[in-house]
Design a protein. Structure first.
Lengths: 114, 112
């Protein structure tokens, strides 16, 4: 069966520090991968998606970046965090090349920038 | 992708049916209607999706109007564990990576 792992689950970082959130998927190949962010009390915002290794599409301009160094690994990074980067970050995957399909979410990483 | 409009919040009595509406008047012919829900501090969970016909699974039923401009998610016997934010999304899988754009959703409170 397929599983998705995200880590760390919780982190507190000072403004200006770097960030690295990692997501891995097991039990499937060639998935579409996604990073979402949810600010406190608000809906989910799509940040990045990837349809293959090294292929990253950005949905909103920001000081975050994403990389996909391996087929089932998706990394969210920042060189210098801002207060506004605080939020709940969710990684998700989906089977590629199907007409429909559900999006499977990880358990999330809660980031607090102080 | 077509946008959706949902009520901000709804209440439902435990054991009763919860009917969550969604308007998607600009939906195009190849767009599906998806429903997800998010329990506090967890990742969203898929519930159901449909194109034209009504759909039912072990979690819920999806009723789509004939003109496809609106739909209703029905939880037949709501329990306290169904308290969550429910998102209605319309999308075609072949839109730039199969991405799903979530709106603000409906916060459903099931009360004893």
């Amino acid at each position: 069966s397929q599983t998705i792992h995200q880590w760390p689950a919780t982190l507190v970082q000072p403004v200006g520090s770097p960030l690295s959130l990692e997501c891995t998927v097991e039990g499937t190949s060639n998935p579409n991968l996604y990073w979402y962010r949810q600010a406190a009390g608000r809906g989910l915002q799509l940040l990045f998606y990837s349809v293959g290794i090294g292929q990253i599409s950005s949905e909103v301009p920001q000081n975050l970046s994403a990389s996909r160094p391996q087929d089932r690994q998706f990394i969210l990074s920042s060189k210098k965090l801002l207060l506004s980067d605080s939020g709940f970050y969710l990684c998700a995957w989906r089977v590629r090349d199907r007409a429909t399909g559900e999006l499977f979410f990880g358990e999330g990483s809660r980031l607090t920038v102080l | 992708d077509a946008k959706t409009t949902q009520p901000t919040s709804m209440d439902c009595a435990e054991g009763r049916a919860a009917n969550l509406p969604c308007n998607h008047s600009t939906i195009s012919g190849n767009e599906y209607v998806y429903w997800y829900r998010q329990i506090h501090s967890q990742g969203p969970q898929y519930i159901i999706h449909g194109l034209k016909n009504n759909e039912t699974n072990e979690m819920a039923s999806l009723i789509i109007t004939e003109d496809r401009k609106s739909s209703t998610l029905i939880l037949p016997h709501a329990t306290l564990r169904d308290t969550a934010v429910y998102y209605c999304i319309v999308s075609t899988f072949y839109n730039q990576g199969g991405k799903l754009i979530f709106g603000q959703g409906t916060e459903l409170s099931v009360k004893p």
